[in-house]
Design a binder for this molecule. Structure first.
Ligand code: ZN
Length: 253
């Protein structure tokens, strides 16, 4: 069986502004996740960063990627529109996209999910987050031993209004401070799937948690491309059957 080709992208961590994050992830979050998920024999993982040529997302890299994992928090508006469009088009044609943490603010997410005001409630005080399963049939739960995951130290993202209505909702988080969040959910876009995994603030050891690593691996497996038939996306097409009484269109434009 061929491996799932995964590219884990990060905007990078500023060592001056984020010393706690550097202490947790000295080689960046993408490198940490690549190592943590590298134990899965079905995943072939590489990393890419905002600071790489073409933001690490050349057309060749995108063409060689089944699932793109996107971690960003503050800086991914620096990604040129052309490259964000490249990601969007790849998803519409079948590539999986996993948005981590504030990645749903990022350019590819906004282009694909299309909501105008991405900033919702947040609080960075390291409170407990308990993620409750709300769809027990979902394949991303494979191997989970409990009906919830606890993140002892998390950043709160709160409802309402953080995310557009999802097509699939698998976890709802409750935060120690009282808010809730649709924290693991997904959308179908063209031939591709987009999934959101909310916990992952860079100053807390969220990605150290084994259940989070398992969940991320399962999400990657779920959003990998499937062999769907090619589709002509737009434009005038000939009819498949012979029309009995076709009416000639008016001349326009
Ligand atoms: Zn954060």
């Amino acid at each position: 069986m061929s491996k799932i080709r995964v590219t884990i992208w990060s905007e990078g961590i500023d060592p001056q502004l984020e010393p706690r994050a550097i202490a947790l992830y000295p080689n960046d979050i993408n490198a940490y996740l690549a190592e943590a998920l590298g134990t899965n024999a079905d995943l072939q993982i590489r990393t890419a960063s905002l600071s790489d040529p073409e933001c690490g997302l050349s057309q060749q890299t995108i063409d060689d990627t089944d699932v793109l994992v996107w971690w960003s928090h503050l800086y991914d508006d620096q990604v040129p529109d052309e490259i964000a469009d490249r990601v969007m088009n790849a998803v519409l044609n079948g590539m999986g996209l996993v948005l981590l943490h504030a990645g749903f603010h990022g350019k590819p997410a906004r282009k694909l999910l299309g909501w105008p005001s991405p900033i919702g409630k947040y609080r960075e005080l390291g409170e407990m987050e308990r993620m409750w399963v709300v769809d027990r049939s979902h394949p991303i739960l494979a191997g989970m031993e409990k009906e919830y995951i606890e993140v002892p130290c998390s950043e709160m993202y709160g409802e309402p209004g953080c995310i557009p209505k999802p097509d699939e909702l698998v976890f709802i988080s409750w935060f120690e401070g009282g808010e809730v969040l649709r924290s693991v959910c997904g959308w179908h876009k063209g031939a591709g799937k987009v999934f959101y995994l909310a916990p992952g603030h860079e100053e807390f050891p969220v990605y150290y948690i084994p259940e989070i690593q398992l969940l991320l691996a399962n999400i990657i497996r779920y959003v990998k491309p499937v062999n769907t038939p090619p589709v002509r996306w737009r434009g005038e097409v000939d009819s498949i059957e012979t029309l009995k009484n076709p009416i000639k269109p008016s001349p326009r434009g």
